[in-house]
Design a binder for this molecule. Structure first.
Ligand SMILES: *Cc1c(COP(=O)(O)O)cnc(C)c1O
Length: 373
């Protein structure tokens, strides 16, 4: 997709905010505990390479991504830190990962057997670094029993193509005030890992929520994601131990303004009809940019004033009701602060009945990412 550089609509990423959030967490960690910044999905929409750079400056010592291509992007950008792919990769890519020093998440011994065959053929100079994933209740990927885990650990110990670098699990409810399920997962984690005769280099269980609210579980590495971007993983359920600074703003400009009279309608389906004479402005952003169609009735800031989105959000444009005429080129803030008002991704997510994670990584590549500070 082309990047819309000739349109006045952009995501603005505040590097200082990213830095402050990540550094605040690094400072809180027990000594010997490392922070790997999670930059999957293009850094939750913020730009993976740029976020990785700031994270490194703020004290992150490694990165986590979801898919191999995201790890390769970081390597191509020159990062030499450890990178863990959190999702299941293809065993045929094991030699590529070994050569690039990219660590694989492994969830089944048959994966190791298949990868070993490819590694034995390709003979990369280094073994493949393996993190065993344990399914303690997330129900997504990982070993579930001590028998399965023991088989995998034995296989790793007896195959020089593979190195047992890490072991981890992932919590389903670390962002919830109710700790019942979380405690069940901790108990399963402890029971499973009790069979290990030797600890690997990295032992890790914490996403942002776990590190923020259950830091005693952290062990020697945390996979820090959403909170680094300044977003509270619980939404509004649990306050963060320090002020999280949202790093992302979304700004545009009015490209058109006009008066409509009572009875005139706006947008597809003519779902909005003016009851009186009013000013209507047009903003060049739509659902093709990841600005959800469900946001009809939500609001934006025009020169710091709250204005309602009227009519359906189109693919590339949306219309708003203005308190009076504004000049073409007037600043429009869709996410962020202008004067006394602020619109947060959290408010938008609440309005859309989803979570800020989904909106942040839903912004498409048509929106330029501009970096400040
Ligand atoms: C995405 C992810 C994380 C980061 O989660 P946040 O809630 O963004 O901190 C950590 N671990 C795993 C396995 C993940 O998939």
């Amino acid at each position: 997709m082309v990047v819309g550089v000739h349109r006045p609509t952009q995501l603005v990423i505040d590097r200082q905010a990213l830095h402050d959030n990540i550094q605040a967490e690094v400072t809180r960690l027990a000594s010997g505990c490392e922070l790997f910044m999670v930059v999957k999905a293009n850094g939750y929409g913020h730009g993976a390479v740029q976020v990785a750079q700031v994270a490194k400056e703020a004290g992150a010592t490694g990165f986590c991504v979801a898919i191999l291509d995201e790890a390769l992007e970081l390597r191509a950008a020159g990062f030499n830190e450890p990178i863990l792919v959190l999702g299941v990769t293809e065993p045929e890519d094991a030699p590529l990962m070994a050569r690039q020093h990219i660590s694989a998440t492994v969830a089944a011994t048959d994966w190791l057997v298949a990868a070993d065959a490819y590694l034995a053929l390709a003979q990369p100079t280094a073994p493949l670094q393996v993190h065993l994933g344990l399914d303690t209740g997330m129900g997504r990927i990982g070993f579930k029993t001590t028998a399965e885990l023991t088989t995998a650990v034995t296989y790793l110990a007896t195959h020089a193509t593979l190195n047992f670098e890490g072991i981890f699990t992932h919590f389903a409810t670390a962002d919830s005030p109710d700790e019942t399920y979380f405690k069940q997962q901790v108990a399963k984690w402890q029971a499973l890992t009790a069979v290990l005769k030797k600890r690997p280099r990295y032992v890790h269980v914490s996403n942002s929520a776990t590190s923020l609210w259950h830091a005693a579980c952290n062990d020697n590495m945390v996979r820090f994601g959403v909170a680094g971007y300044g977003l509270n993983p619980s939404g509004t359920a649990i306050p963060a131990p320090y002020a999280l600074k949202p790093a992302l703003s979304l700004t545009s400009q009015l490209v058109h303004s006009k008066q409509v009279v009572a009875g005139e309608s706006v947008g597809y389906g003519a779902t909005y009809t003016a009851q009186q004479t009013e000013w209507v402005g047009t903003v060049p952003i739509g659902y093709a940019d990841g600005y959800e169609r469900r946001l009809q009735g939500f609001h934006v800031l025009v020169d710091g004033q709250v204005c309602e989105i009227i009519g359906r959000v189109c693919m590339d444009q949306l219309m708003i009701r203005l308190p009076h005429d504004f000049a073409r080129g007037t600043r429009v803030t869709l996410i962020g602060r202008d004067g006394d008002h602020v619109i947060t991704l959290q408010e938008m997510a609440d309005y859309c009945q989803t979570i800020h994670y989904e909106l942040a990584c839903g912004f498409t590549s048509r929106l330029p990412r501009v970096y400040r500070h």
